[in-house]
Ligand binder design. Structure first.
Ligand SMILES: [Zn+2]
Ligand SMILES: [Zn+2]
Length: 119
């Protein structure tokens, strides 16, 4: 019997298609143990390919950035028109400036004494 036939056979008899020993879980083709194993394996697989995926994402993000920039669209939201020769629209640049300022203030508060702060 080839494995494809096995698969159909086990499936129709509600037996785990992976180990062919245990009963399959309800609405699944695998038993609980095999489900856990396959979950672990896919986690491992994901972890192993994470770097690859990140690199791909980075390339895609870069491409998007340059495309938007060329079209004069905000590279942050990708919706609104960017300001003159800038890569951000008014709203995004205001938001990012605000966040940068908050971060700056937090850093200042964290590293300096209160009496030294001049903002
Ligand atoms: Zn199994
Ligand atoms: Zn924007």
């Amino acid at each position: 019997m080839c494995s494809k036939n096995n698969y159909e056979y086990y499936k129709s008899h509600k037996i785990c298609v992976r180990c062919g020993q245990e009963d399959a879980e309800r609405n699944h083709t695998l038993c609980l143990q095999c489900m856990m194993k396959s979950r672990e394996e896919s986690l491992k697989y994901n972890r192993a390919h994470k770097k690859e995926r990140q690199a791909k994402n980075r390339i895609r993000a870069k491409k998007r950035y340059y495309q938007l920039k060329e079209q004069g669209i905000c590279t942050s939201c990708g919706k609104r028109v960017s300001r003159n020769n800038k890569v951000l629209c008014n709203q995004c640049s205001a938001r990012i400036n605000y966040r940068k300022r908050q971060e700056y203030l937090l850093k200042v508060y964290a590293t300096k004494n209160m009496c030294e702060i001049r903002v």
